[in-house]
Design a protein around this ligand. Structure first.
Ligand code: FES
Ligand code: FES
Length: 169
């Protein structure tokens, strides 16, 4: 990565949910702040801002990552996916989002965008993920509503649905 001057903003450009976005960022600007305040995509939430709670999780090149531990200038040219990129259409939820709705996995919804981005990546890579694996993945996310049971139920429903759809394909 080139050496950047701390004194001046730099142009950052990357793909966000399939669309090219760009803007100016000082080298220390967090990716979470860039996405929310420069791009205006506020679906990504910010809690602790030091890598503990997981609320700010996005996918960078398909891999879940804390956007509060990533500088905006580090993702130049990358493909970023946020919760806004999950639904296949404006009037349709993804199967995982729908499972959250049906199982009351949302609660207050603050931690939900980060959890969805982590689970989306897990279920893509491990479509048969079992409950222990799902719970281990969720251990990187703090839910202040503390109702992990409904979140796990939602994830398991998404796994089952995917399996049934694959069986009928
Ligand atoms: Fe990034 Fe908490 S806001 S981990
Ligand atoms: Fe409220 Fe998790 S649903 S913080």
């Amino acid at each position: 990565m080139p050496r950047l001057s701390a004194a001046s903003p730099h142009r950052v450009r990357f793909t966000l949910n399939g669309r090219t976005v760009s803007g100016q960022a000082e080298p220390r600007m967090l990716l979470s702040d860039f996405i929310r305040h420069v791009v205006g995509a506020t679906g990504t939430h910010v809690g602790c801002e030091h890598g503990v709670c997981g609320a700010c999780t996005v996918q960078i090149g398909g891999v879940p990552a804390r956007s509060c531990l990533t500088f905006a200038v580090q993702v130049e040219g990358a493909e970023i996916r946020t919760v806004e990129g999950l639904a296949p259409a404006a009037d349709r939820l993804s199967p995982l989002q729908n499972a959250f709705r049906e199982n009351y996995g949302l609660q207050c919804g603050f931690c939900t965008p980060g959890i969805l981005m982590s689970l989306d990546a897990l279920l893509r890579d491990r479509p048969d993920a079992a409950e222990p694996e799902i719970r281990e993945f969720l251990s990187g996310h703090l839910c202040r509503c503390t109702g992990y049971t409904s979140i796990v139920k939602a994830a398991l429903q998404a796994v089952r649905q995917r399996r049934e759809e694959a069986g009928h394909a």
